[in-house]
Ligand binder design. Structure first.
Ligand code: PLP
Length: 393
């Protein structure tokens, strides 16, 4: 009885989730310490202590009706004010309460903004490799996802192909930096070029093309690398932020959208995003968590823990003969599969109790994603298995 659209989606349901289930089975068979599950991007670093303190403090001292009640569909005014000020201090921007809409994570934010912007048949461009859910999110509003093929030398976006794929129907472009699955951070030069391509095409077609910056990994960067704040480079930028990774709160479902006043039709977009939040059934972002993240706006997770994993895994794998662009952000390593078929390679890895996700899940066959958000001991124990796997080729 389910809809034809859902039948199709269920059939193609996330390979990543399936792997996660597989990992649990293997752990039951071989013992959890002998299974190296790098399949899921679930933070392994605990949320900062301040989160627990904030929850206790809010629940213990604030007005229950306020803390657990309905509010403006865009979120509590004081929370949005704190977030706007924090962004302004960090990036020298000028956002106010109206520019911030609290969302149910990045996933909720992307759905709200796509519902707000898309007419059936509108095109949304993204760059492979990309987070596979984008296709479903765009499809939710009868849009069409247009994919730019990967630039495997650097995993920076392929800008000439991008330009050729922009059409009068292009309504938005989704960029994700730091990137899942490559861990690559788009350079400032890339952002400037990307913006200038968009400016040129907007003029040519007389349309507005929105750049949606999906940035749940903004805070997870290494070696002091700079992640440009995209609203400063391109007028029609909308930011989708999430606390899932920056504060290790993925199950709490909390994030926000930034819709700048400079964006074409910003007032209408802000008003429509408020309504979209309601009618998509979110009604509002989780109330307690809104208050918690506002209280913990300056807190951070200990990214040194991820960095230690990154260094050990990158150094060891490249020594064993794997190739990969050294990631500067997020908690993923995107290695070239040691055989042409990435699905076959991931299956070979599984025979060594290593669970990794084939790049074809991200529209980038020939590669595999390793999510190194695991405890350091798992990485240490997995190295002999990675070495043996490499020796087969
Ligand atoms: N976008 C990207 C690129 C992601 O990797 C993820 C989650 O892994 C999301 C969006 C969804 O994040 P959230 O938990 O904030 O909904």
């Amino acid at each position: 009885m389910i809809s034809d659209k859902m039948k199709h989606l269920v059939q193609n349901s996330s390979v990543i989730r399936a792997m996660f289930e597989e990992g649990k089975k293997l752990a039951a068979q071989y013992g959890a310490e002998n299974v190296y599950d790098f399949s899921l991007g679930n933070p392994s670093v605990p949320a900062p202590e301040e989160i627990k303190e904030a929850i206790r403090d809010i629940v213990g001292t604030e007005n229950d009706i306020l803390v657990h009640g309905y509010m403006n569909n865009s979120g509590y005014e004081d929370v949005r004010n704190t977030i706007a000020e924090s962004i302004n201090n960090k990036y020298d921007t000028k956002f106010g309460i109206n520019n911030i809409i609290m969302t149910v994570g990045a996933a909720g934010g992307l759905n709200v903004i796509l519902k707000t912007l898309l007419n059936p048949g509108d095109e949304v461009i993204t760059f492979a490799p990309y987070f596979g859910e984008y296709k479903s999110y765009v499809d939710n509003y009868d849009g069409k996802l247009v994919v730019v093929s990967p630039n495997t030398a650097t995993f920076q976006p392929n800008l000439s192909e991008f330009e050729s794929k922009i059409s009068p129907k292009t309504k938005a472009v989704i960029v994700n930096t730091p990137n899942n699955p490559t861990g690559v951070v788009y350079s400032e030069e890339t952002i400037i070029q990307l913006s200038s391509v968009l400016d040129k095409k907007q003029k040519e077609y007389g349309t507005a093309i929105y750049m949606i910056s999906d940035e749940p990994y903004r805070e997870l960067v290494y070696d002091g690398v700079n992640v440009p704040y995209l609203t400063k480079y391109y007028r029609n930028t909308i930011v989708g932020y999430s606390f899932s990774k920056s504060l290790s709160l993925p199950g709490e479902r909390i994030g926000y959208l930034v819709i700048p006043d400079e964006a074409v039709d910003s007032e209408d977009i802000i008003a429509a995003a408020n309504v979209a939040t309601r009618i998509l059934g979110f009604v509002n972002a989780p109330s307690l968590m809104q208050r918690v993240v506002a209280k913990c706006i300056n807190s951070e997770v200990d990214i040194a823990i991820y960095n230690k994993n990154r260094e050990l895994l990158y150094d060891s794998l490249t020594e064993y003969g794997y190739t990969c662009v050294k990631p500067e952000g997020a908690f993923y390593l995107f290695i070239k599969a040691l055989e042409e078929n990435d699905v076959a390679f991931a299956a070979a890895a599984k025979r060594h109790n290593i669970l990794i996700v084939p790049g074809s899940s991200f529209a980038c066959p020939g590669y595999c994603r390793i999510a190194y958000c695991v405890d350091h001991g798992t990485i240490e124990r997995s190295l002999p298995a990675f070495k043996k796997l490499a020796e087969l080729y």
